[in-house]
Design a protein around this ligand. Structure first.
Ligand code: HMG
Ligand code: MG
Length: 315
């Protein structure tokens, strides 16, 4: 390992990016097998040690809906015993008050609600309508803010929906601005099924700007189904967005969205940003080593091109 790309900046791009790691949550929620809690804890710790500034650890959702993350409380209790306050800073997903109460009970400080931009996915993922999902989020966000917590808001199916097809940009902006109005700090725009292309990314960021939402409030969350994720990151950088979600080893998907494959791999993103001379603070070798180790735990190779190029069995 220790191979890095030659650094040749592309003028006009941001000089620094925040990588928001979602592997332990978005990655493991979609695994067929349930990963043991101690392996999840080791995964989170290795990612933090690799320099990832934010590691989304798990979800406080209904355990029947996502059995892979049913051990959320045990995981966070164990991490807190081990890492102290650093574990309380790890974000977790909460869809509703019940999920928030579980997170608050453990002293966690950062939560994320997850909305749908489409009617069908709101039904499939949240058992709500497009309109009624907000009745669930409003009291959740209000209580989290009252408890001094920080709330992220995801919007799924921003670039296309497997049941409804094209998703109008104004529909995505309407859902996103509603979440911002409810008090979320950062909005993560999700390409849940990986159909986004570069022009679409720029158009969506521009539509949010037209609605008064600065690119500093936005994060982009790409899945790599059609191999477009890094091209889409480039488009996002050109639009001024500086936070990108990624998943170590390219693990991931959504159990309630057919055709959702893995997220943009953290390693692929780190390679790309490094070549552009964009600061990210992440040790590429350490993440690759983590993904090789996780692939061994899961019994299948990582789909990440960079992990395949740099990884070796003895990592
Ligand atoms: P529901 O059945 O409508 O829930 O599900 P309910 O409010 O009617 O409650 C029914 C029972 O569930 C009650 O228990 C509640 O207490 C319990 P009872 O009184 O019958 O004994 N309950 C809970 N228990 C534990 N934790 C909770 C919880 N909430 C209710 N939080 C619900 C509604 C939202 C709960 C359900 O639909 C759900 O859990 N959905 C989660 C689906 C999910 O996690 N999907 C993956 C994450 S989203 C994603 O991956 C996309 C993203 O990556 C971005 C992108 O790529 O686009 C973020
Ligand atoms: Mg996702």
């Amino acid at each position: 390992m220790s191979t890095l790309p030659m650094v040749v900046p592309d003028p006009g791009l941001p000089s620094k990016v925040t990588i928001y790691e979602v592997g332990p949550r978005d990655g493991l929620q979609n695994e067929k097998s349930v990963v043991p809690t101690e392996v999840k804890a080791a995964f989170v710790k290795r990612l933090l040690d690799a320099g990832l500034p934010v590691v989304e650890a798990t979800s406080f959702v209904h355990p029947d809906w996502v059995p892979q993350l049913a051990d959320a409380a045990d995981l966070m209790t164990g991490l807190t015993a081990d890492l102290g306050d650093a574990a309380r800073q790890l974000p977790v997903l909460v869809p509703n008050r019940r999920g928030l109460d579980r997170a608050v009970g453990l002293g966690l400080r950062h939560v994320a609600v997850f909305a749908s931009a489409t009617e069908t996915f709101a039904d499939k993922n949240l058992n709500r309508t497009l309109a009624s999902q907000f009745e669930m989020f409003e009291p959740t966000i209000e209580a989290a803010l009252a408890a001094g917590m920080d709330v992220r808001g995801y919007v799924s199916m921003c670039f296309g929906d497997p049941w409804e097809g094209a998703v109008p940009i104004e529909q995505v902006v309407a859902v996103g601005t509603r979440l911002l109005d409810l008090g979320v700090g950062q909005l993560s725009l999700g390409d849940t099924i990986g159909v986004a292309t570069a022009g679409h990314v720029k158009a969506l960021v521009a539509a949010f700007a037209d609605a008064g939402v600065a690119c500093e409030r936005l994060a982009l969350h790409f899945h790599d189904t059609y191999g477009q994720a890094l091209t889409n990151v480039h488009a996002g950088l050109q639009s001024g967005v500086t936070t990108y979600d990624a998943s170590a080893g390219g693990l991931g998907g959504c159990p309630y969205a057919k055709s959702a494959t893995g997220n943009l791999a953290t390693e692929d993103l780190v390679w790309f940003l490094t070549g552009l001379g964009i600061e990210h603070g992440v040790d590429l070798d350490a993440v690759v080593g983590t993904s090789v180790w996780m692939a061994q735990q899961l019994g299948r190779p990582s789909p990440s091109a960079v992990v395949r190029a740099l990884g070796s069995a003895d990592s």
